[in-house]
Ligand binder design. Structure first.
Ligand SMILES: Nc1nc2c(ncn2[C@@H]2O[C@H](COP(=O)(O)OP(=O)(O)OP(=O)(O)O)[C@@H](O)[C@H]2O)c(=O)[nH]1
Ligand SMILES: [Mg+2]
Length: 374
C-alpha cells in the first residue's frame, strides 16, 4: 500500500477498524487516547508508549518506529493513532514504515467532531476546523514534493500548491461568512433574551464531566448523555424556573473541553462557545470521581480554555459532580482539595440527584442578588 501526504492524513472514520496507538507512558494520556479512539470508532489492538513523540523524522524514535512496524504487521492494524500533532512529513514517514494510515491527535478529534456534528452550524464549524488543520499540512506536503523526495505526489509543483492553498483559503472564507451569519442570528437572539431579563447560566467543563446530565436534570430535558467523549457538539439553551416562576434563568449546555488541542479548534467553535462569554454565571463541571491527578490536569485545561475565551474567572462556580462515585471519607475532603481553592465550589451528583437542591439555591443566590434596602 502506498500512502501519499493527502491520504495519510485523510479524514476517514474509524468504523470498527483496527488501530495501534502511540501515546505517552502516563495513565492519564493512555486512558484519554483510548477513549478518543473509541469515540472515533476504532478497535484498538495495542498501545505502545514513548516519553517523547514529537521527534523530527517519525514523531517517535527510529527504533520505536521499527518496533511499531512489527506490531502493526502482527496485529493487522490499518491505522496508527499518534497522540500528538504531527506534520504531514512525519505522518508520511511513519506511514511508509508501517504501511498504515497515520491519524494524529488533532485529526482524531476532528473525526469525532465530524461524526457527531448534527446541526448545520456544527457541521460548518467542524469543516472550518478541518480546513485549518489542512492548511499548514498542505504547505508542508508541497515543500516535500518540490524537494523531489516523495514521488507519490510529485506533479504538485509550486503553482499547484498555490492553487491548493488558495482553494483552502477560499473555502475558509465562505464557511466563515456562513458562520458569521449564524453568529449574528445568535447575537440577535441573545439581545432578545436579554430583554426578558433572565440571567444566563452556562454549563462548561471537560468532555464527559456530566454537563448534559445536569442540564437534563435542571431543564427536564432528554438530550443525549454518554460516556463517549464529545457527545455534545452544539449548544442547547432552555428557560428554567427555580423555586418560583419569577426566578427564571436561561441555561445552556455546550461542547466539552479537552487538553492538548491547538486553539484553532476551539476558535472554530467560537459562536457556540460565545455563550460562555455572555454568561452571568458559569457552572464549571468536574468529574470528582476521578483520581486527583486527572482532576488536576482537566481543571487546568478548563481554566486555560476559559481564559482563552476571555471568561471572567469570578463568574465561575466549580461543580464537583459524580460525588456518588466516591466514598464518604473522600467526599468530606473533596471540597477542601487545594486544587479547588481558587473557586467557590459545590458537590453534586447529577445522575443520582444529590446536592441539586443546594445547587439551585446557590445559582439563585448568585444570579439574583438581593435588592439593596431602600
Ligand atoms: N456516576 C455518575 N455518572 C454520571 C454523573 N453525571 C453524569 N454521569 C455519566 O457521565 C457520562 C458523561 O455524561 P454527559 O452528561 O454526557 O457528559 P458531558 O459533560 O455532557 O459530555 P460531552 O457532551 O461529551 O462533553 C455519562 O455516562 C453519564 O451517565 C453522576 O453524577 N454520577
Ligand atoms: Mg454533553
Amino acid at each position: 500500500m502506498h500512502h501519499t501526504a493527502e491520504n495519510a492524513l485523510a479524514g476517514r472514520e474509524g468504523s470498527g477498524e483496527k488501530a495501534t496507538v502511540i501515546t505517552y507512558p502516563d495513565r492519564f494520556s493512555r486512558q484519554e487516547i483510548l477513549e478518543l479512539a473509541e469515540a472515533a470508532g476504532y478497535r484498538v489492538q495495542e498501545v505502545i508508549t514513548q516519553k517523547q513523540i514529537i521527534r523530527s523524522e517519525y514523531g517517535i524514535g527510529v527504533g520505536k518506529a521499527q518496533e511499531l512496524q512489527e506490531i502493526v504487521a502482527e496485529n493487522g492494524s490499518k491505522t496508527v493513532i499518534i497522540d500528538e500533532s504531527v506534520t504531514s512529513s512525519q505522518a508520511n514517514n511513519l506511514s511508509k514504515v508501517t504501511q498504515a494510515e497515520v491519524v494524529d491527535r488533532e485529526r482524531l478529534v476532528l473525526n469525532i467532531f465530524a461524526r457527531r456534528a448534527n446541526t448545520t452550524e456544527a457541521k460548518l464549524q467542524v469543516r472550518l476546523a478541518e480546513l485549518r488543520y489542512e492548511m499548514p499540512r498542505a504547505k508542508d506536503a508541497v515543500r516535500f514534493s518540490v524537494k523531489g523526495e516523495r514521488a507519490g505526489f510529485s506533479g504538485m509543483g509550486e503553482s499547484a500548491v498555490d492553487v491548493k492553498i488558495r482553494a483552502l483559503k477560499r473555502q475558509m472564507v465562505l464557511i466563515g461568512q456562513k458562520l458569521e451569519k449564524s453568529r449574528t442570528n445568535r447575537e440577535l437572539y441573545t439581545v432578545e433574551r436579554r430583554k426578558l431579563n433572565m440571567p444566563f447560566v452556562s454549563l462548561a467543563g471537560y468532555t464527559s464531566s456530566g454537563k448534559t446530565t445536569l442540564f437534563n436534570r435542571l431543564a427536564s430535558e432528554s438530550k443525549e448523555e454518554s460516556p463517549k467523549l464529545f457527545t455534545t457538539l452544539s449548544t442547547t439553551t432552555r428557560a428554567v424556573a427555580f423555586a418560583d416562576s419569577r426566578k427564571r434563568i436561561m441555561l445552556s449546555d455546550t461542547v466539552g473541553f479537552i487538553s492538548r488541542l491547538p486553539p484553532y479548534m476551539f476558535e472554530s467553535f467560537k459562536s457556540t462557545l460565545d455563550e460562555l462569554r455572555y454568561a452571568d454565571l458559569i457552572l464549571l463541571l468536574i468529574d470528582a470521581g476521578e483520581p486527583v491527578e486527572s482532576i488536576r490536569i482537566k481543571l487546568e485545561s478548563c481554566r486555560e480554555t476559559l481564559f482563552g475565551l476571555e471568561v471572567d474567572p469570578k463568574k465561575t462556580l466549580l461543580v464537583l459532580n459524580k460525588i456518588d462515585r466516591i466514598e464518604d471519607e473522600r467526599k468530606r475532603r473533596i471540597e477542601q482539595e487545594p486544587i479547588f481553592s481558587d473557586f467557590a465550589s459545590i458537590t453534586i451528583s447529577a445522575k443520582r440527584g444529590d446536592g441539586l437542591h443546594q445547587l439551585k439555591n446557590r445559582i439563585v443566590g448568585l444570579v439574583f442578588p438581593p435588592k439593596p434596602p431602600i
